[in-house]
Design a protein around this ligand. Structure first.
Ligand SMILES: Cc1cc2nc3c(=O)[nH]c(=O)nc-3n(C[C@H](O)[C@H](O)[C@H](O)COP(=O)(O)OP(=O)(O)OC[C@H]3O[C@@H](n4cnc5c(N)ncnc54)[C@H](O)[C@@H]3O)c2cc1C
Length: 240
């Protein structure tokens, strides 16, 4: 791994679509392949990446968006990125909806391995459809002893995915568009254990995250126990 000033190097490579699958009506898995794959051997699955989508014509700049490395299989030569299909108004969503085998995209990531989450007794994982990739990875990798609750908000029942976890974390699905108060209501129903080590991971629409931050502060969750990320903002394109 090359590092300058202790900052991890950024790796960026060109990939093409190997196959594409609608996992649910609003959730598309794009499986990428390319020679650059081996350069990503040291990254942590579940970490965020940058995707670079080609512009409309060859001279147009590429459009950058933030996604999640859902899976990496060096033997199979595959990288997975799961896209919420939220319509054609976003270039990334539109790209995934229209992608066909052979389409090209670039992926960038920090060249580093790091723990995706701390080791604690109890977890609350609360996210909307955009956080489904990272929450899926967390659930898959938690130890069998881990307890807690995962609350995932998707558009409707047709968007439920069979998630795998060796842990005792209970998975609860809630429905509706991401920017409603339903997430806050569901989170407020979870009893936060006072005597266990805890970690709250939450990622969703910006206004939902603002309300959740306030709620967790009021309920005594400490700063080091909370990771809260705005993954998108209603009415605003990423980077604006
Ligand atoms: C660390 C991180 C990891 C992320 N990982 C993933 C991931 O793995 N998969 C994934 O699908 N998303 C992920 N996101 C969210 C994704 O970056 C945003 O949804 C992004 O705005 C999508 O880009 P776009 O070009 O489709 O839309 P943009 O051009 O950014 O936005 C266009 C319009 O679409 C709206 N919009 C954007 N996203 C959504 C949405 N999800 N639902 C409804 N309306 C929306 C915006 O409000 C805006 O009005 C992640 C975000 C972060 C910060």
């Amino acid at each position: 791994m090359e590092e300058t000033n202790n900052k991890p190097a950024v790796i960026r490579g060109r990939f093409s679509v190997k196959r594409k699958e609608y996992l649910t009506p609003h959730y598309i898995r794009v499986v990428l392949e390319g020679e650059a794959l081996q350069e990503f051997a040291h990254v942590t699955i579940g970490m965020n990446n940058k995707i670079f989508i080609p512009g409309q014509d060859p001279d147009a700049p590429m459009i950058r968006r933030t996604y999640t490395l859902r899976a990496l299989d060096l033997d199979a030569g595959e990288m997975w990125v799961d896209f919420v299909a939220h319509g054609d108004e976003g270039p990334a969503s539109a790209w995934a909806i229209n992608a066909v085998k052979g389409d090209v995209i670039e992926i960038g990531m920090k060249d580093k391995s790091a723990a995706l989450y701390p080791a604690v007794d109890w977890y609350l994982l609360a996210g909307d459809h955009t956080a489904l990739p990272v929450i899926s990875v967390i659930l898959e990798t938690l130890p069998a002893t881990a307890e807690g609750t995962a609350i995932i908000q998707v558009t409707g029942e047709e968007d439920i995915l069979p998630l795998q976890t060796p842990s005792k974390v209970q998975i609860k699905w809630i429905y509706g568009e991401g920017h409603t108060d339903r997430m806050l209501e569901a989170v407020a129903n979870v009893i936060l254990p006072a005597t266990k080590s805890r970690y709250v991971f939450t990622a969703a629409e910006a206004s939902v995250i603002k309300n959740l931050r306030t709620y967790f502060t009021e309920t005594g969750i400490q700063r080091e126990e909370l990771a809260a990320y705005a993954y998108w903002k209603k009415g605003t394109a990423e980077g604006n």
